[in-house]
Design a protein around this ligand. Structure first.
Ligand SMILES: [Fe+2]
Length: 268
């Protein structure tokens, strides 16, 4: 599997604190069946953003070497989790190679948790005009998308992609986020599942649990697409092999109900 979203580079943001923590995260991921990790430190985010790209590149090289020395054969891929702001286009023009995944066209973008600004469609239009394909990180945790899935639908119809967190499907962020994650999955909004891993314990770089849980919902083959074939296409800068038609939430409001597989329901 490939983890498209992980804060494994140490000492840059609220992810791995030290090189030892990062190595431990790599070990956990490898044991879970993850062979590639896209390192996505927060950039342009207040308080915990890291915009020293020279330092980010160096940390990636240091960790790559440390993983090799510790016999953890995980491949690290360059990326970032880019906080959305009004001057994002300027930042993309200035620092494109440090923001896109593996020097391609895809960028992981993050909205503030409780806010999606008014001109988001214009911004996404401008991004795509620059040849950038935005991957919206964990929209199931954003209160605007939670209340208004039709906005997410419209952005997907424009060409944006969606990455949900593996932890969202196992209740790590609470019941409401879990239900929304399944709802988006059933609307066929979800193109990737990433760990958004921040450490060994709090949010670990684990994908297999979520894959097991969603397989009865979208099928084993499609579940695999979200953690293997689709993220591999991003790394290779290719079109996604699994790109289902999103369902219009307005058109399907009555017939769609959130179905969380019973066997995986938690007791609390
Ligand atoms: Fe993240």
């Amino acid at each position: 599997m490939i983890d498209l979203h992980c804060h494994i580079l140490p000492g840059l943001d609220d992810g791995a604190k030290t090189l030892d923590h990062a190595i431990e995260m790599g070990r956990n991921a490898w044991e879970d069946g993850i062979t590639k990790i896209v390192a996505t430190p927060h950039v342009f985010r207040e308080n915990i953003s890291q915009t020293d790209f020279v330092s980010i590149r160096q940390k990636k090289e240091d960790l790559k070497k440390a993983l090799e020395e510790n016999n953890i054969p995980i491949e690290l891929v360059a990326g970032a989790e880019v906080h959305i702001s009004h001057n994002l286009i300027d930042e993309i023009r200035k620092n494109r190679q440090d923001l896109v995944i593996n020097r391609g066209s895809y960028v992981v973008v993050e909205f503030p948790q409780v806010h999606v600004f008014f001109s988001v469609k214009d911004l996404f239009f401008d991004l795509m005009n620059e040849g950038i394909i935005p991957i919206i990180a964990h929209p199931e945790r954003n209160s605007v998308f939670m209340e208004k899935p039709s906005l997410l639908y419209e952005l997907i119809r424009m060409g944006a992609l969606v990455q949900s967190n593996s932890g969202s499907f196992v209740g790590r962020y609470g019941r409401e986020v879990e239900e929304i994650a399944f709802r988006f999955l059933q609307y066929q909004f979800t193109h990737f599942i990433g760990s958004d891993g921040h450490g060994v314990h709090s949010i670990p770089p684990i994908l297999s649990e979520a894959v097991r849980i969603i397989s009865p919902v979208i099928g084993e083959k499609n579940a695999h697409m979200l953690v293997q074939d689709n993220p591999q296409a991003v790394i290779d800068n290719q079109e996604l092999p699994y790109l289902p038609d999103p369902v219009d939430p307005h058109a399907s409001q009555k017939s769609f109900r959130v179905k969380i597989p019973k066997i995986f329901k938690r007791s609390d």
